[in-house]
Design a protein around this ligand. Structure first.
Ligand SMILES: *[C@@H]1O[C@H](CO)[C@@H](O)[C@H](O)[C@H]1NC(C)=O
Ligand SMILES: *[C@@H]1O[C@H](CO)[C@@H](O)[C@H](O)[C@H]1NC(C)=O
Ligand SMILES: *[C@@H]1O[C@H](CO)[C@@H](O)[C@H](O)[C@H]1NC(C)=O
Ligand SMILES: *[C@@H]1O[C@H](CO)[C@@H](O)[C@H](O)[C@H]1NC(C)=O
Ligand SMILES: *[C@@H]1O[C@H](CO)[C@@H](O)[C@H](O)[C@H]1NC(C)=O
Ligand SMILES: *[C@@H]1O[C@H](CO)[C@@H](O)[C@H](O)[C@H]1NC(C)=O
Ligand SMILES: *[C@@H]1O[C@H](CO)[C@@H](O)[C@H](O)[C@H]1NC(C)=O
Ligand SMILES: *[C@@H]1O[C@H](CO)[C@@H](O)[C@H](O)[C@H]1NC(C)=O
Ligand SMILES: *[C@@H]1O[C@H](CO)[C@@H](O)[C@H](O)[C@H]1NC(C)=O
Ligand SMILES: *[C@@H]1O[C@H](CO)[C@@H](O)[C@H](O)[C@H]1NC(C)=O
Length: 592
């Protein structure tokens, strides 16, 4: 089944409730007021390229793994995540606010049956919120099976299957929010343009059948449609060579829709109602470290405790990285360490900040919605996504690669563990789509398959009711695939440095221990007699402490609540859980 069938089915079903205007009045809301004269504003604005810098976070798909009418949560969170990125000058890390928080707990909206972006901002103002690594998207909410339970807004799971609230996690807030548009439509273009100077906004539209079909260019509805039933993000505006003015929007229907998930629509005539109902929120620069031990949910925190002997026995199979079964590689040109002399490399190198630029893709948590030993897929996919950004000079769009595809295909392993080389091998042969083709669900499929819906999918209404597990989904075939060229292994500090410096982050095996699990910051070191590789992370650079201690900068896939915003420093040369013994790399091939 192809995409056209999905589109026909949407036509047959008609406009369903994506966007649901509620009558809720928010006392804390303040209408947008920094109105600028039209002449004072640039004629073109695109937050994906402001003097060469991309301020737009990664794109999403609200319709997988099952259909969910959560556009209102996606429009609001992606506009606000982008505004956080603008506020922070695109510095590391990207903040990807979690739509799922509002599907579970925002009772002013109807979860997968529709809602309104302004309620999301009112919720954040009252309660704060967290990022995707605390509350992964499940495409279900309080109206169809999820509950606003004790694990709000942040949780993570352990190898023993237990889940709990991390002791501390990051909480994000807004300092102001409200309507951009007013009832008098004549003012709205100027109001929207003024608000856009500060960052993206969320707007309601009429997602007509023709809009569903959109594949590119400037969309122009000629039927007068303005039944607001969908919400999107506006990220800029412009004017084409013929003088037609347009808005630039971001949808939440995957990157296989429209122009890589984005669209243009004619500006100035309230086409598809796009100039009638827009909202903004101002991100709070004070990001709070929230101490969950002070909340009512503390009895739900079940730390994973083991005695030393148990741990020594369990460690080898606990975290999901299996011993290398193969030493496969594809090497067609000289590897980095033959062309880069480690002795000439800088004392510190960090892909989170190379001359002020952060090249890293978004943070992940492999352990939610439930524990899954997929580190072997996370380390390489994040290293590859980072390398794609490096090769593309960090230009729009930002890319993520889907670890769930590798699990579904058993390409190196699954939730019971695996071999990272399988990821590169799969990428070399088949190419890997981004996360908008396959939502991370932290689960093995009923049957492993490397085709159809298990690689790239889309789902149609209705949202399945509680208890009904499967949605009405079909395979998508026009998704972009990201290929790997050469790949192989690397070990030892000098070769690792050469590879990281020349080509970007690498994957590395380590022997993760309970002590490493409990890491909260600083330069980690632990002596082990014979490190046994049981976990895969990514190494993104190195540095040297004021006392001269040299260290690796590592990225874990245990969420931002762990370590230093999901990252760690690890002593170089010794006592380092075997981090220098078994690393892997792949070079993205952007020509395929
Ligand atoms: C799934 O969608 C197809 C195409 O729109 C439709 O023909 C079919 O009845 C739907 N199936 C279910 C179970 O809803
Ligand atoms: C960004 O915009 C500038 C003009 O403002 C243009 O020269 C450049 O090619 C654009 N970069 C990308 C990656 O599109
Ligand atoms: C962003 O840049 C502005 C202007 O250079 C500076 O004032 C501000 O401190 C920077 N913010 C961050 C988080 O780097
Ligand atoms: C704050 O969160 C609670 C649920 O935890 C919810 O009931 C309440 O409506 C939220 N506040 C707003 C303004 O959305
Ligand atoms: C969010 O910020 C507003 C304005 O500064 C403040 O009134 C509110 O208490 C904050 N909310 C939370 C949950 O911290
Ligand atoms: C959408 O595309 C389908 C398949 O190409 C086509 O049959 C249908 O007429 C289109 N609908 C609209 C409203 O453009
Ligand atoms: C925002 O504007 C809408 C009309 O588009 C209106 O119904 C709503 O009451 C306004 N909300 C606030 C908080 O002013
Ligand atoms: C969290 O709260 C506990 C108990 O009040 C306290 O011991 C601990 O130091 C706090 N941690 C942080 C990071 O504030
Ligand atoms: C990036 O590194 C430079 C040089 O070390 C430093 O001055 C700057 O503050 C760093 N930027 C960020 C966002 O950390
Ligand atoms: C990245 O920058 C380099 C050097 O400026 C240039 O050669 C290359 O074409 C750029 N790549 C892309 C994808 O823009």
């Amino acid at each position: 089944m192809g995409k056209s069938l999905i589109l026909i089915s949407l036509l047959l079903l008609g406009a369903s409730a994506f966007f649901l205007k509620t009558e809720k009045i928010h006392e804390a809301a303040t209408p947008f007021a920094d109105v600028l004269p039209i002449e004072a504003m640039p004629t073109n604005l695109f937050w994906g390229n402001i003097s060469g810098v991309n301020y737009l976070t990664v794109s999403r798909n609200q319709h997988i793994p099952v259909y969910c009418g959560s556009c209102w949560a996606f429009a609001a969170t992606s506009a606000l995540s982008d505004r956080f990125k603008i506020l922070r000058n695109a510095s590391w890390p990207d903040i990807n606010l979690a739509p799922q928080v509002f599907l579970n707990c925002d009772f002013n909206d109807q979860a997968c049956d529709g809602g309104d972006s302004i309620n999301v901002y009112a919720y954040i103002y009252a309660n704060g919120t967290t990022d995707e690594t605390c509350q992964v998207y499940k495409a279900r909410g309080w109206t169809n099976g999820e509950t606003c339970g004790h694990f709000q807004p942040c949780y993570t799971c352990q190898p023993n299957g237990r889940c709990g609230v991390p002791a501390t996690y990051l909480k994000y807030n807004v300092t102001a929010f409200g309507n951009v548009t007013v009832a008098n439509q004549a003012q709205n273009v100027q109001l929207m343009m003024s608000a856009l100077q500060q960052g993206p906004i969320a707007c309601a539209i009429d997602a007509t059948a023709e809009f569903h079909n959109y594949t590119g260019g400037i969309f122009w509805d000629k039927t007068g449609a303005n039944n607001l039933n969908h919400e999107i993000e506006i990220v800029g505006y412009g004017v084409d060579p013929t003088g037609t003015q347009y808005w630039i929007g971001r949808n939440s229907w995957g990157t296989y829709w429209g122009e890589g998930g984005f669209f243009k629509v004619v500006k100035g005539i309230n086409n598809i109602g796009i100039e009638s109902d827009c909202v903004y929120a101002t991100p709070d620069p004070n990001i709070a470290v929230f101490n969950s031990t002070q909340t009512a949910v503390k009895e739900e925190v079940k730390p994973y405790v083991q005695n030393q002997v148990e741990e020594a026995l369990e460690r080898p199979r606990k975290y999901g990285r299996v011993r290398r079964i193969s030493r496969e590689s594809v090497i067609t040109s000289p590897p980095s360490w033959e062309t880069v002399d480690a002795a000439t490399l800088p004392k510190a190198w960090d892909w989170r900040n190379v001359s002020g630029v952060n090249y890293l893709s978004w943070n992940r948590n492999q352990h939610i919605p439930q524990y899954c030993g997929s580190c072997w897929a996370h380390g390489p996919t994040s290293a590859l996504a980072d390398r794609i950004a490096i090769l593309r000079n960090n230009t729009f769009p930002q890319i993520s690669l889907a670890p769930q595809v590798l699990i579904n295909c058993n390409a190196g392993g699954n939730c019971n563990g695996g071999d990272p080389i399988g990821v590169y091998k799969y990428g070399h042969t088949h190419g890997i789509p981004d996360d908008t083709s396959q939502q991370y669900v932290a689960e093995n499929p009923a049957k492993f398959s490397c085709s159809g819906t298990q690689i790239s999918m889309d789902c149609v209404p209705p949202a399945p009711p509680a208890g009904v597990e499967t949605g009405n989904c079909s395979a998508v075939t026009n998704e972009k695939l990201w290929y790997v060229g050469d790949y192989g292994n690397v070990a030892g500090p000098n070769k690792m440095k050469a590879e990281i410096y020349k080509n970007g982050p690498i994957g590395c095996g380590i022997d993760a221990t309970s002590k490493f699990e409990a890491y909260t910051g600083g330069i980690y070191s632990q002596w082990l007699l014979l490190p046994q590789i049981n976990h895969e992370i990514s190494v993104v650079g190195w540095g040297v402490a004021p006392d001269g201690t040299e260290y690796w900068i590592g990225r874990n896939s245990w969420g931002t609540a762990w370590g230093e915003n999901g990252f760690f420093k690890m002593k170089m040369y010794s006592d380092n859980l075997g981090i220098e013994t078994d690393c892997d790399w792949g070079i993205p091939d952007l020509t395929r």
